[in-house]
Design a protein around this ligand. Structure first.
Ligand code: PLP
Ligand code: TYF
Length: 394
């Protein structure tokens, strides 16, 4: 049997990570995988996470199984973080999942199991894992225009025009904030217009929110997902704690099914539990417990939010420094979009050839589509990147 196995398609982001590790140059710059790094290039364990882990270690008396949905305290804390008070709790079914990826995967499975004809509309471009998981599940994917390669903002007219082709029951996948890979996001007026289209055409919105707190702030970044959850009859939400709690390897995510029909909540909850059961039984608990411990303790929560805010402002400062440096070098505002984008990523909008050139000539590692992880920079490397961008002729 094994002789029939074929090599699976590589994940380009993870392959780049490996290439960076193998590059012996000392001044190399890693703008690849979406992991936050501080000015020293370290992905720190957040202070509140350390404190919560210590508390868990001291107080936890058992590691026996939790329920299929995971710890209800975790779901409650996350629902509050993501949706605030915009949706009544009895309208929400929730399960903990292994990372945001686990939530995305199971949301797609739920769609496929319920409506095998549903197509999933994804932004062009989107996180490559969205596309590859849909392909793996044999689900039909349709792209909608999203990134405007001229302005490096959202091509909103193109997006709306393309979404008009969606039919009742099709799913529209939206990034809650900090769009990966572009960094270009919808404003409130645009969210409302997309929601009106979704409702007019009977589409199912699915919001993937993996960077809450990395863009304009914890509350601000939830604006879109809250509007969707309070305006559409049925909503899927896949959330990740990897970035905003810095607990990547703990695999901590959440899948929500929101409806306006509280009487169906038990059925929805049963179906989410069933997905967990069929895929891996019980979801991981350690990361989830860290999150609920932090969110239910005012001091820990305050410290977490403060550290997250430092992180966010640090990335914004780097964006501004890079945009300013490029303005100085080119005498033009062509790169002002870098300061307007939000989150960890910006799509520079250049060719794979020039991306490769910057890697070979300058040891700068960005993903082949020219996505840069802004958190991979520091004050010293910003001018190096700016010069490389100009020298490459971007
Ligand atoms: N969705 C998007 C858009 C992402 O960028 C990521 C990766 O960070 C995820 C989901 C899921 O991340 P994880 O599975 O590490 O929680
Ligand atoms: O886009 C990124 O870099 C992050 C991390 O298969 C990531 O979302 C990358 C690839 C992958 C899983 C996570």
């Amino acid at each position: 049997m094994f002789e029939n196995l074929k090599a699976p398609p590589a994940d380009k982001i993870l392959a780049l990570m490996q290439m960076f590790r193998e590059d012996p140059r000392e001044n190399k710059v890693d703008l690849g995988v979406g992991v936050y790094k501080n000015a020293e290039g370290v992905t720190p364990v957040m202070r509140a996470v350390k404190a919560a882990e210590q508390q868990i270690w001291e107080e936890q008396g058992s590691k026996s199984y939790v329920g299929l949905a995971g710890d209800p305290a975790y779901s409650a804390a996350m629902i509050q973080l993501i949706l605030g008070d915009t949706v009544a709790r009895e309208n929400i079914a929730a399960v903990a999942t292994p990372g945001g990826t686990g939530a995305v995967r199971q949301a797609f499975e739920l769609v496929r199991n319920t409506n095998p004809d549903a197509r999933v509309f994804v932004s062009d471009p989107t996180w490559p894992n969205h596309v590859s998981i849909l392909k793996y599940l044999n689900m039909e994917t349709v792209t909608y225009r999203y990134f405007d390669r001229e302005t490096r903002g959202v091509n909103f007219d193109g997006m709306i025009e393309d979404l008009k082709a969606a039919k009742t029951g099709d799913v529209v996948l939206l990034h809650g904030c900090c769009h990966n890979p572009t960094g270009a996001n919808l404003n409130e007026v645009q969210w409302r217009e997309v929601i009106a289209l979704i409702n007019a055409q009977g589409l199912i919105p699915m919001v993937d929110i993996a960077y809450q707190g990395f863009g304009d702030g914890l509350e601000e970044d939830a604006m879109g997902v809250r509007l969707v959850a309070s305006s559409c009859p049925e909503v899927l939400i896949a959330a990740s704690c990897s970035k905003n709690f810095g607990i990547y390897r703990e695999r901590t995510g959440l899948l929500l099914a929101v409806s306006q029909d509280a009487s169906a909540q038990a059925l929805h909850q049963g179906n989410l539990n069933f997905l967990n059961r069929q895929n891996y039984s019980f979801p991981p608990d350690h990361g989830a417990r860290i999150v609920s411990t932090i969110m239910n303790d005012d001091a820990l929560r305050g410290d977490w939010a403060a550290e997250l805010e430092e992180t966010r402002l640090g990335m914004l400062g780097l964006r501004q420094q890079l945009a300013d440096e490029l303005q100085r070098l080119t005498g033009s505002d062509r790169f002002a979009f870098l300061a307007q984008h939000r989150g960890m990523f910006s799509l520079l909008g250049t060719t794979p050839d020039l991306v490769e050139k910057m890697r070979v000539d300058n040891g700068i590692y960005m993903v082949g589509d020219s996505r840069m992880n802004i958190a991979g920079l520091n004050k010293q490397s910003v001018p190096i990147l700016a010069q490389a961008i100009v020298d490459a002729g971007v």
